[in-house]
Design a binder for this molecule. Sequence first.
Ligand code: PEP
Ligand code: MG
Length: 570
Amino acid sequence: MLIKGIAASSGISIGKVFKVKKEKIVTSNEKVENIQQEISKLEVALDISEKEIMIIRDKTARKIDRKHGAIFDAHIQILRDPELLNNTIGIIKNRKLNAGRALQITVDKFVKIFEEMDSEYMRERASDILDVSNRVLGHLLNQNINDPGLMEKEGIIVAQDLTPTDTASLDKEYVKGFATDKGGRTGHSGIMARTLEIPAVVGTKTIMENSSEGDDIIIDGEEGIVIINPNEEQLKEYRKKEKIYKDNKKRLKKFKWRETKTKDGKKIELAGNIGCPEDLSGVLNNGGESIGLYRTEFLYIGKKYCPSEKEQLQAYKEVLKKMDGKSVIIRTLDVGGDKSIEYMNTSKEMNPFLGNRAIRLCLERHDIFKEQIRALLKASSYGNLKIMFPMIATIEELRDAKKMIEICKEELTDEGIEINENMEIGMMIEVPSAALLADKFAKEVDFFSIGTNDLIQYTFAADRMNEKVSYLYQPFNPALLKLIKMVVDASHSHGKWTGICGEMAGNEKIIPILVGLGLDELSMSSSSILRIREIIGKIEYEKAKEIAKAALNMNSNKEVEKLLEKNFSY
Ligand code: PEP
Ligand code: MG
């Protein structure tokens, strides 16, 4: 069966389905005769769950750090809590209920108590109890609760969607690709797949319904196709495609040490996007000249608490040191939207992407924002740091954010801490209002970086996570190109520079227009860097300028796409 979706991360992968299900487990009121047998079942499920949690704990400790691994020790404590066990056994014995139902009754009671407590810390324990009990229930009722963090052999993940926590726990050693029902190209899971350099197709709508655990599967991250149980012919075809893809990757290696410039000598900086210090090697191996976007939210996601100043400093310092004087743009916290954080206690919103997100949330939660700015300033003396604010919509937001830098600078100077005084401060252009007033903003920042994932979403009023409106992801549309031109021109007229760090920067087809519009820097997933360098080397700047000018006068995404196809082939 062939299913079409959205190509989210390039490459071909052939393997077996590893299904991740996240349904709520429902228990029945069925009575039991053999009490002892029911208690034994419960004990077995507890043992298996404990082993699983231990595996995840050790992996997390290896991948992130011991402290995060320790969160799972708390899960084991819950699992072995005598009250939880005795209460459940009591219900099995007294009410002759099956072990699953008995556990659920106990858990519901405990969760209610915790949820009603005043302390935020205690309320959080309620979700830990639910997490743990769901795992035990899954084993009791023989319901598969495959967890991506538990993969121990190679496979291709099939899921309805992957949460940022799921993607943070993906292990490249085992995950050879993934396909999801939901999501768009610029959602978090697609971005993570590109960073990890694993093929992915998202927004398939029906992959969960049409696949079973252990099925053979092909992921074509180039065309956005998934094939379940392929026939011999398809397998042959895709093995060939896989080889071509790999050979091409090898061929591109020769561009690793080359300068990025057009045929007629116009230089453009090619940078990499990262989500954590571990992603750096991908950027460096692929010849990235700098870091154009460090998404710091992954330091905050999937944890039970806010990362401390010390913990953040360590991560920022590591990146700056490894980049050895090359530019590193660190973006301040951008959560909300599709990335929610439990411990921030944000309220449910009707339109999360239009809600309390990114800089808006930081300006409300000064405590969290301050901790990050302090960590960044402390890190600034270890390399070439540039701080960037996300989602700025008004000049007041920018000024308030900059004020926080001033407050922290003063504090740290008083504490005798060294700070790099020449650090550049920039902002992302992701909201049309900021693009339209770029000439005003340009006076108050050192650089712009256009976040086209969001700028497209807000310009076309189309949720980037909703596959039904993914046709409105229109990077060639002149409406968007006009906004980009305004931003680039505004920055240049004030002696500042502009980059793009949205996924569009790594789109092979659009590159001539980005060059022609005068972008100074392009920052992308590491897997795209070498190919984009090769393409830029084939373009003439003068011609690119002409084409960009013509594109601005066209009517539609399609027309511009055709214009490019006619004029550039590489
Ligand atoms: C963007 O919006 O283009 C961007 C780079 O930010 P994110 O994808 O993290 O929202
Ligand atoms: Mg964004």
